[in-house]
Write a protein that binds this ligand. Structure first.
Ligand SMILES: *[C@@H]1O[C@H](CO)[C@@H](O)[C@H](O)[C@H]1NC(C)=O
Ligand SMILES: *[C@@H]1O[C@H](CO)[C@@H](O)[C@H](O)[C@H]1NC(C)=O
Ligand SMILES: *[C@@H]1O[C@H](CO)[C@@H](O)[C@H](O)[C@H]1NC(C)=O
Length: 233
């Protein structure tokens, strides 16, 4: 009885260790992801080896101030970027009518990610903005249960372009984030100074708002995001 019991335990232990070896292989390779209401948006280059004078891969989305309450959406590789949240009711999120918001100013106001398409030629890229307000409804992160989503807005594609902004003069180069309509019928035309990008969420802490803020985090939704910048490739 004793020996048989031991054998069974040993057999079970062997079975367990085999099981864990088998399941460990894909698990080790998988990035760590988590759930967070706050996130940075990190750019990855899609299918290009083009070298631009501004860093893009791994750079974070933020606004470059261009007027009162107005910012052009740019990428910055030396700042952690702005902390965004996906704002909307549960119903708005599930029907792709939420928007992407960050807080700025004193007191804190909501600044929404605005996606503008060229009305006459939607395939022609237009700079995105991070302006005071609620942002463009329908700009969302897909929310599959197990993987972080990619920022999307219908069939809009994203690119980053090496450009100057009139507000900062001719010597300061920015990676300006632009959007364009991208469908099977309309091939994306990526100008020489631009590369196509994806924007992916990196988990960040959405701080409590100080008293007197105009912003509200009441409708900030949890999203799945990467825990580490190294996992965003
Ligand atoms: C990037 O962020 C750093 C740190 O906030 C800032 O000093 C720098 O001017 C920014 N660069 C651009 C191109 O916006
Ligand atoms: C829209 O696209 C047309 C055609 O490419 C172009 O002439 C026009 O300047 C664009 N408008 C904006 C606001 O980008
Ligand atoms: C956030 O979503 C709520 C619910 O739809 C809405 O009332 C509020 O105006 C939104 N705020 C921003 C900044 O988009």
């Amino acid at each position: 009885m004793e020996a048989k019991g031991y054998t069974t335990t040993a057999f079970l232990a062997t079975l367990l260790s085999l099981t864990s070896v088998v399941s460990a292989a894909p698990f080790v390779a998988r990035e760590a992801t988590g759930l967070s209401t706050g996130f940075n948006l990190i750019a990855t280059i899609v299918g290009s080896s083009k070298q631009l004078s501004v860093p893009i891969q791994g750079a974070a989305l933020e606004g470059a101030h261009v007027g009162a309450g107005l910012n052009t959406a740019v990428l910055n590789a030396t700042s952690p970027g702005q902390i965004f949240y996906q704002n909307g009711t549960v119903e708005e999120v599930s029907t792709d009518r939420s928007s992407i918001v960050t807080d700025g100013g004193t007191p804190l106001y909501p600044y929404g990610l605005d996606i503008i398409l060229n009305a006459t030629d939607p395939s022609s890229p237009v700079a995105a903005a991070i302006n005071v307000g609620i942002g463009t409804q329908g700009v969302t992160l897909t929310t599959p249960a197990s993987e972080p989503g990619v920022l999307h807005y219908g069939t809009t594609g994203f690119m980053a372009c090496d450009e100057t902004l009139a507000y900062y003069g001719p010597s300061w180069h920015f990676a300006v984030v632009k959007t364009f309509e991208e469908t099977a019928a309309i091939a994306a035309i990526i100008p020489d100074n631009c590369v196509q990008i994806n924007l992916l969420p990196l988990c960040a802490t959405l701080e409590d708002l100080p008293a007197g803020s105009v912003s509200s985090h009441e409708f900030a939704n949890e999203v799945r995001c990467f825990e580490s910048l190294n996992d965003i490739q």
